[in-house]
Design a protein around this ligand. Sequence first.
Ligand SMILES: *Cc1c(COP(=O)(O)O)cnc(C)c1O
Length: 229
Amino acid sequence: MTTIGDKLQSVQTRIASACEAAGRPVTDVTLLAVSKTFGPDAVRAAFAAGQKAFGENYIQEAVEKIALLADLPLEWHCIGPIQSNKTRLVAAHFHWAHSIDRLKTAQRLDEQRPEGLPPLQVCLQVNIDGGSTKSGIPPGEALDLARAVAALPRLRLRGLMTIPEPLEDFDEQVAVHRRARELFQSLRAAGLALDTLSMGMTADLEAAIHAGSTMVRVGTAIFGGRPPA
Ligand SMILES: *Cc1c(COP(=O)(O)O)cnc(C)c1O
């Protein structure tokens, strides 16, 4: 049987090979283990194998899991849609939120971030390929939103996050991820101090790293398949 530790190791090998192929240091890319739908025992197994950063989509599920794992020094990333009635939970329980796609969400997170905690680290979710069913702002709105979010004192804007539609072909995957990279660079050129480009999942992490990803969000390759949402 392949354990979570073994699968984590093979994802790290994939990341290292992709970095090497792209001429990038392996320290450029952080692995976020996406533990949505998997229980606390799976997270404990990944932690035992050296993994500290975990991503969750469903906020209620995540908050319960975070409480059950409070004895471990984990870093929790919210990568799913954030409804207004969930901002308080995100502000109180997570270290990062990748899925900011409107100013109102950011403002609520800013107001609700508890005093004793460091700023919430955030990324703007950009709909980089114009997928019709997805959340995320159009690329053309990224600069204005980034400036507004960067001004909020209890948040710290770190970068951009994308979830492109699945593509089979490596070069096509790279082409979409490159658009995100170019947008990221243009925001940096406009003076925003961004260091995080959150893109790439189980099926396209090599292409994402090739195009400049600094954080890949991997679920299936570590924890196995999920029942359809
Ligand atoms: C589920 C999910 C992932 C992980 O996807 P896999 O294909 O299982 O690696 C990454 N990012 C987001 C936003 C997700 O919802």
